[in-house]
Design a protein around this ligand. Structure first.
Ligand SMILES: [Zn+2]
Length: 149
């Protein structure tokens, strides 16, 4: 019993990680050189049961997305964007069963977000980050498997 308890404590402590604010701020510069033709770069942080975590950096307006079962919880580290949620995705294609991508969103609700803001994007909702020319946004994105396929 004592051995089992010790193993359990070890497993928990190895998953205990703190990303310091300065480390999170360094992603803006680190991901700048990796931006793709969709004006976006991302890095996947270690996965934990049921939730994957990414750092996303955008230097322009990218593709619109919709996910069948995944919701996003997003914390903005730096920069700003207008996030459009809802509406109708234009020119949709489905590269994987879970996700559809489009060129933009028509309609929907648009909200400005900036450093320190926390954003929830529900599953099945089209979402689109509009980034002004010369601006950028860098954020932590936690994917929550919350929907039923
Ligand atoms: Zn998404």
């Amino acid at each position: 019993m004592l051995v089992a308890t010790a193993c359990l404590l070890n497993a928990q402590s190895s998953d205990f990680i703190v990303w310091k604010a300065a480390d999170l701020r360094s992603f803006e510069k680190k991901l700048h050189s990796k931006v793709n033709q969709d004006h976006t770069a991302l890095e996947r942080l270690p996965d934990y049961e049921g939730h994957s975590v990414y750092v996303v950096h955008r230097e322009g307006t990218g593709l619109a997305e919709v996910h069948e079962t995944t919701a996003h919880m997003i914390y903005v580290i730096s920069g700003e964007a207008v996030v459009v949620v809802g509406g109708t995705m234009k020119n949709p294609r489905q590269p994987v069963p879970e996700t559809a991508l489009g060129t933009s969103v028509e309609g929907g609700e648009a909200k400005g977000v900036g450093a320190g803001d926390l954003v929830h994007i529900p599953y099945k909702a089209p979402h689109w980050f509009k980034v002004a020319p010369g601006a950028q946004i860098t954020y932590i994105m936690v994917n929550l498997e919350s929907g039923k396929p």
